[in-house]
Design a protein around this ligand. Sequence first.
Ligand SMILES: C[S@@+](CC[C@H](N)C(=O)[O-])C[C@H]1O[C@@H](n2cnc3c(N)ncnc32)[C@H](O)[C@@H]1O
Length: 321
Amino acid sequence: MSNLSAEKWSALWSNQTTTTLPSMFEENYDLNIADFWHEVLDGNHQSIIDLACGNGALAWLANDLFSQQERITKVTGIDTANIDPFKVLNKDRKKFPMLDFIGNTAIEKLPFNDDSIDLAISQYGLEYSNLQESIPEISRVLKSKAKVGFILHNNESFLLKGSTISLDRHLRVLREVKIHDLFFELDRLFGRSKDLEKIIAKPKIRKKMNAINAATLQIKDIMSDVKAGLEIERYSQSMFNAFSEESIRKRIDRKKAIHQAINHLQSYIDRIVDLKTAALSPAELGVLVNLIEKEGFTISENHPIAYKEHKNLGTAFVAHR
Ligand SMILES: C[S@@+](CC[C@H](N)C(=O)[O-])C[C@H]1O[C@@H](n2cnc3c(N)ncnc32)[C@H](O)[C@@H]1O
């Protein structure tokens, strides 16, 4: 279950990204993950829901497949965040008449009639909901003969293991290196002067800049074995940018830029903490199995799904009734 506010997710989905993992899935879920979805989507479905859709990765994938196959299937993505994938991803909604997105909507309270949906799908979404409430609610809107397909974060997956290491490193950077504090001091020493040569000549400023360079090396060292160094790079780089010659000339609000960099990194940290909360343990997967079976479904798939060199990128789960 998720503890991250809808506002925070909304902020994330206002960025032009299809998934939360753009470094792994540049365009959308692909390779065997896409194959899994193509199999789940196979069948005579009239209406499909993508639960906790974010910017609609799965909904787009489904809609692309149905367009290629010239199948007429309505796909609706829902999410608690205030999403608008058409606008954010620059897609003309008129060209996607069978695709719809509904924001500010929880899986626990779906805006669909009883017995109205053929297939419910979700990747890295269902586990963010309260399963005790969401499973009966999904069952309510699904037709008596229906299917569900999910890929769920589990706490043994590569993503969880990698994110846990990354989280520890980012927290260390924030706690130990505190490069932003050095930038705040540098900002104070710069004052309102615009004359870069004069500023740089000051020994106090040189000392502070040397300290910042040393802190940068320390950060690189801490992050050396973490692949997802992207967030820390953004955090440091945006502060360096705030002190560039151009920024000084333009008198940009350096304090604000430093605060933004801290907030950005904190949001990333919050998301990883949330991911760890949402990821299902074996016991929680057992609870999901019981809840689904209680709604009359028979489970046909419940296993880790691989991706490239990783053996476990989540749990693939399919059930029918
Ligand atoms: C990791 S993102 C996944 C988004 C998308 N399925 C994807 O694969 O890119 C998790 C999403 O769950 C949404 N979410 C969290 N709790 C929810 C709930 N109870 N009902 C609906 N959406 C929820 C969040 O707003 C967020 O967009």
